[in-house]
Design a protein. Structure first.
Length: 337
């Protein structure tokens, strides 16, 4: 038994599948040695759907396949919070839903799906403020709505993770830190994603600063990296569909080595905190986008996901963080030997 601090490896399985079928996703992840996956887009026999759109029969089919491939869901990769904060035409295609309706319908359904897939974690976002406005002008409203979402999750014995991402109220670590402090709810944690910061134009030092700002609230991490073809001018509004320079961890401008080296010191206490909420450990969730990414997803292919996983494992080995991949003993145990 290793005495090193440990993480649990996971990934967005749809990134590994050419047609996003459940069988493709699960075969790729099992072959890579992963035992957890985040469910986002999946074809369970009736076409590719976001997890929020799955029928009861599709869920049953996916759960059956999970058993065959010995996979478990780490988090529900929901789009909760990727809607407009205000009903204002700002030139974007983002939809607006009155919050009470959104809370009663979408958030409640996400909680039901998390239970159906036996995960304690729901990934979400911090709402779109009107394009061109200062996100700080909207912090109070965003925090109020996110507090209600956190409470809804808490009542269902779930935890809501707020991902840092471009063009949202919580587009950087400092904004997410302030939201986290205002909400001040045990069911609200933050999801750090270095690639989502470097792709906005933050340089490696600035990415690390944003990590420092939000690290007290971090519950888990998404792992992606970004390499700018030319030095970025600085953070600003991002055309997410134009992003095309994602690379494996620590090959870009996201300071993964320094960040994970610092994060290493938090792992033992964070693992204890998460286990009290029913979470098996601290997830590092691969979302590499190495063949392209956009507003609602990305793609790596089975080969790209393999390259990204090996790159992450090499980095974890170097900074002395333990992790587990399937081995022969796991296979024997699954066969009842």
């Amino acid at each position: 038994m290793s005495d090193k601090p440990q993480v649990v490896l996971s990934g967005f399985a749809d990134e590994a599948a050419l047609q996003k079928t459940a069988e493709q996703q699960f075969a790729a992840f099992a072959a890579l040695g992963l035992q957890y996956y985040t469910i986002r887009f999946i074809d369970a026999g009736q076409g590719v759907k976001n997890v929020m759109e799955l029928t009861r029969d599709e869920i049953t089919h996916i759960r059956h396949l999970e058993g065959q491939y010995d996979l478990s869901v780490s988090s529900l990769g929901s789009p909760i919070g990727k809607v407009k904060l205000k009903d204002i035409d700002d030139g974007t295609k983002n939809r607006y839903v009155p919050f009470e309706t959104y809370l009663h319908n979408d958030v409640k359904k996400a909680c039901e799906l998390a239970h159906a897939f036996e995960t304690k974690l729901i990934r979400g976002f911090s709402f779109y403020h009107p394009r061109g406005s200062d996100p700080r002008e909207h912090l109070s409203q965003a925090a109020d709505q996110l507090g209600q979402i956190a409470e809804e999750c808490h009542r269902s014995d779930l935890t809501f993770g707020l991902e840092v991402e471009a063009n949202l109220v919580g587009s950087n670590g400092e904004l997410l830190r302030d939201i986290h402090r205002q909400v001040n709810h045990p069911a609200l944690l933050l999801i750090f994603d270095a690639g989502n910061l470097s792709s906005q134009g933050y340089n490696p030092y600035q990415v690390y600063q944003q990590y420092e700002a939000m690290k007290a609230g971090i519950g888990w991490m998404h792992i992606k990296d970004y390499k700018h073809a030319t030095p970025p001018a600085g953070p600003g509004h991002v055309d997410e569909e134009a992003l095309k320079h994602f690379v494996p961890a620590n090959q870009g401008d996201s300071a993964h080595e320094a960040i994970l080296l610092d994060f290493r010191q938090m792992l033992v206490k964070l693992e204890q905190k998460l286990k009290r909420r029913g979470v098996p450990g601290v997830f590092l969730d691969l979302e590499p986008h190495v063949k392209g990414g956009g507003q609602f997803g990305g793609f790596s292919g089975p080969d790209g996901m393999g390259v990204a996983l090996r790159g992450l494992c090499k980095l974890l080995d170097y900074i002395d963080i333990d992790y587990h991949l399937r081995d022969f003993e796991d296979i024997r145990a699954a066969r009842g030997f």
